[in-house]
Design a protein around this ligand. Structure first.
Ligand SMILES: [Zn+2]
Length: 58
C-alpha cells in the first residue's frame, strides 16, 4: 500500500489518500481514481506526480 498526497480542487484542502496496490511501472495507470474524503467526489490523480487530471494542462 502506498499513500498519495494531493490537493482537493473543490475544498482546497490537502488530502492524503491511500492506494491499495503498489504501482508496477510497466502496467500502472497514469491516473488513479480516488473518492475524495474531503468532498466525497471522485478525483483522478496522477500517482507519480500527485497532480489532478486536467490540472496543469496548459
Ligand atoms: Zn475532493
Amino acid at each position: 500500500m502506498s499513500d498519495l498526497l494531493y490537493r482537493c480542487p473543490r475544498t482546497n484542502l490537502n488530502v492524503q489518500a491511500w492506494l491499495h496496490d503498489d504501482p508496477a511501472p510497466e502496467k500502472a495507470r497514469d491516473f488513479e481514481g480516488i473518492t475524495c474524503p474531503a468532498c466525497t467526489q471522485l478525483h483522478f490523480i496522477n500517482r507519480t506526480t500527485g497532480k489532478l487530471l486536467g490540472e496543469d494542462a496548459s
